[in-house]
Design a binder for this molecule. Sequence first.
Ligand code: GLA
Length: 405
Amino acid sequence: MRRLLLLTLPALLSACGGDRGETARRDSRSNDEASSPGPPTITSEFWGATPDGDSVSLYTLRNASGMIVQVSDWGGIVTRVLVPDRDGNLVDVVLGHDSLAAYVAGTTYFGAIVGRYANRIAGGRFELDGTTYELATNNGENHLHGGIRGFDKVLWKTFTVQSGPIPGSPFDVPGAGRASLILSYVSEDGDQGYPGQLEAEVTVTLTNGNELKFDYEVTTDAPTVVNLTHHGYWNLGGHDSGSILDHELELRASRFTPVDAGLIPTGELRHVEGTPFDFRTPTRIGERIEADDEQLGSGGGYDHNFMLDDWTGDGALRLAARLRDPTTGLAMEVLTTEPGLQFYSGNFLDGSDVGKAGTAYGHRNGLCLETQHFPDSPNRPEFPSTVLRPGEKYESTTVYQFRTE
Ligand code: GLA
């Protein structure tokens, strides 16, 4: 079957390379054209300028079933994910802003690539090979999501790719293929206190299987630590539909890492049995979020790293989570090569973040499922290692796949 398709649907490779300014152009494609069958497409348009005056683009990826994803070279931010619901209506399932300026000023990490180290490093400090490194602190005394100017607040270089069927893809059906935005960024030695010059590449792909895929690759010229993630805030009822507490969540995790008051893991690996952290079967998020539980108190709700049961470290993609909104019938599966997943129930949202179409995002109006290594791993030798050395390659993949149920 696959061979036949490869013969009858020759791969269309239209790679238009270059830096942000060169690839910026107006997107004149109509919605009718976009929904016609065929491989996914990618177009770009000028979006604005950074505080330094650099030109920023917004890329639009579309697939044959009408799904649309917009992503910027500023912070690799995914600004929109439009998915058809069971009636065929497009629902924008991620929180975000309309303007670039709002992302530049924002502190929520809406839709961004987070790095060099997603999540917290205790005291903004770690030791590697006998040297102690002091990092920028931006979360009390701790380092969070890469520091004061993390990967969410820089301009990435881009390269776009459109192609036909992906060999080996389970979605190798007529019209299969992918559109990708490849983002690359060089973080200089000493950036936010980290050692080593880092070369990071993140490929954001949309397939005709309604998969939104992130492939991360990083190399370094000196020993360092790395942990990247995508920080999308999901609401499968639509970004403006209010609380996520009625969503059903399933997490393939029998243990989680309890935290102290600063949301730093204590080192305990606690079994979820009999706790509000047991999502091994699909459970309404709101069902136990107000339970009298010391860990829910520390997080102000869920803001915890779950240890994924199926992770072995072999680099294979495995199911981590399932999310479903009973109202729209939209469901999302998260597959990852990572050992952990931070489930954050949007506890810090308080209505002060005004987002797309003037929507004020209130308490728990979006949730994050951040695939990653465990928080504070550089200070926890017993956790899976986040150390990257010269000659090695950090590789990580996460897929968000959408369907209606
Ligand atoms: C992560 C953290 C949260 C919070 C958000 C951003 O998910 O775990 O505590 O900092 O990012 O607001």
